[in-house]
Structures are given as structure tokens and as C-alpha cells.
Design a protein around this ligand. Sequence first.
Ligand code: ZN
Ligand code: ZN
Ligand code: ZN
Length: 368
Amino acid sequence: MPTERASIADRRTRAAATLRERNLAALLLSPGADLFYLTGYQIFASERLTCFVLGRDGKATIVCPELEAPRAAVAAPDIGRRTWGETDDPCALVAALVQGSGAIAVADQMWAAFVLKLQVALPDRVFAIASEITRNLRMRKDPAELEALRLVSESADRAYALLRERPFAGRTEREIGRDLADLLRAEGHDEVGFTIVASGANGASPHHETGDRRIAEGDTVVLDFGGAMRGYRSDITRTVHVGKTAGREEQKVHDVVRRSQEAGYAAARTDASAESVDAAARRVIEDAGYGEFFIHRTGHGIGLDGHEHPYLVRGNRERLEPGMAFSIEPGIYLPGRFGVRIEDIAVIDPDGSARPLNRADHAFASVA
Ligand code: ZN
Ligand code: ZN
Ligand code: ZN
């Protein structure tokens, strides 16, 4: 078996062991990152049910519509398949594959239309969510996954470096967003997920919808963008100013956010809690008097999903471990004025420290 198929099979072995530990009968996954992680099969969700069934004995089956069977066979040749025709009931097929007693874990994002039918087909079963089984596996990235994250992060870094050479003043956010999307693809992304271009007062909205505002000299512009390469996702934010010199408060706020991010990096170590990283980054912003303007958590895990465990947020006592990958992205948002955010993807190394996968310059860059 090629090494990639072997490591995916090993994930299924570990997932089945977790099913037994937790006394669950089966894991049922509809299309999404968990299904891809455990099978290597990537497919869009649709009204035709595709469901990966993993029994507590480790038996794995992909239930899929007949017309998708050729694709499933290519992507996951080592996993058994049960196909259904256009007039068959796929939920009955799934239910028949569930053996033994215990609860059923279903994909977090499985459509309600399927969950409700499965509950009818599997009466008297307790249903749980799949991430309780998969999160501990997916949080700890293996070397191949870390390499994929490094490559996609570096691709995003190159897109940012090239974007800075383009003119900003006089162009709309939408035009800059299109440039960013083109650059991400040119630099190796096979999917563009989002391109946030938040200029001037729009920067005070962390997830501003890139629009028709025309960028002007003197603006501060938050650029937050990412996508995927071979399934693994990028996510980076840099804040730039248009023109030679930035405003005094803009420069000050940028310095605070940068120090906050550095404090987050210093706190992110093996055995540190996820919430302690948030607290360390937040303290710098609070001490500078901007605490009320940092209106989101400090970061989120990343991998096959853009946002996944672990979340760096107050209340999350989960301990960081080598192989975990997450964003560190403090920001300050001044309503009606401007915003600043700096975001990198960090990974915990075997020596216990956090290493940035993004190497793009953190300075408050000047663009034309
Ligand atoms: Zn965000
Ligand atoms: Zn982001
Ligand atoms: Zn992010």
C-alpha cells in the first residue's frame, strides 16, 4: 500500500479504537473534512447521500450513489463500497451497516435532511457528533500534513509580497480582492477561500465584506485571505497603509497588535493551555488601553478546515501539543476609523515552541 493510503488507514484504526473506548457503535460521515481525513475521498455535499460508515470493529464502507462510485473507487480503492440507485433508500443501506449496540456519531455538518431520516432508520439509538471522535486525531498533524500547511502558507506569503507591489490608491476593495485571488492561484493555491480587503473605516469590521469603496491615500487596509492547496488551508492577515507615512495613531495601534502577536507566540508552547495564549495576547492590548476594541478570540486551529480545534479562546483549557497548528491573530478595531489585525499560522514544534508557517513581513508596510 502506498504510504499515503497506509497513513489514512492508520487514522481509521485509531478512530475505531476511540469508538470502542467511548462505547459508540459507528461513525457516520457525510462529505467534508472528516470524511476526507479518514478516506482520502473528497466530494461535495448534495441531496444524494454519500456516507462513510466506520464500525467499532474497524470495518469501513463508503455508501454512495451509483453515479459517484467510479470516483470513490479511484480516491479510496482500499475501502469497500455499497452503491445505491436513484430510487433506493440510502439511509436503509447505512442503517444495515451499523452493527452492535451503542450510540452513533454523525458528521457535525451532516444535513438535517439525512440526520432525521437516519434517526428513523436507526430507532432507539443515541446520536452524538463526530468531532468528539475526530478532533483529537485531526488536531495532531502528522509530518505530511504539516508540510502541506507549510507549502500553502508560503504560497499565501508570496501572494502578499506580490500584492504590495501593486497600486492601491484609486482602486476599489473589490479590485484588490480580485488581484489577491489571482495571485493566490498563480502562486499555487487550487482554491481561493476568501479575500477580505477592509479599507479605512471598513477595517473596523473584522469580517468586512469586500466592496466598492475606493481606496485613498492615507487609508489603513486590512488584508485577510486564504484558500487551499491539496486540501490544506491557508489564512493570513497583514495590515498596510497607503502612502509614504502612516498616521500616528495607526502606527501606534499597529505596534500594539504586533507586540500582542509576539506575546501570543511566546505563550504558545507545549503544555500551555489554549486560553493562556489568548490571555497573553489580550493583555498587551488591554495594557495599551485598547482592550474593548479586541472583539474576537486570538486564534483557531487550521488544517483541512479553515477553522477547527483547538480554539484559542478564554475557557478553553485544552493543552497545546507538538503538531498542533493554529492562527494567532489579535486585532484592534476602532469603529468609524480603522482596524489593524496581524495573523499567522503557527505550529508547535517537537521542542515545544511555536514556529510561524507564514514568513511574510510583519511590518506596517507602505503601499502606493
Ligand atoms: Zn476571521
Ligand atoms: Zn484570517
Ligand atoms: Zn484566521
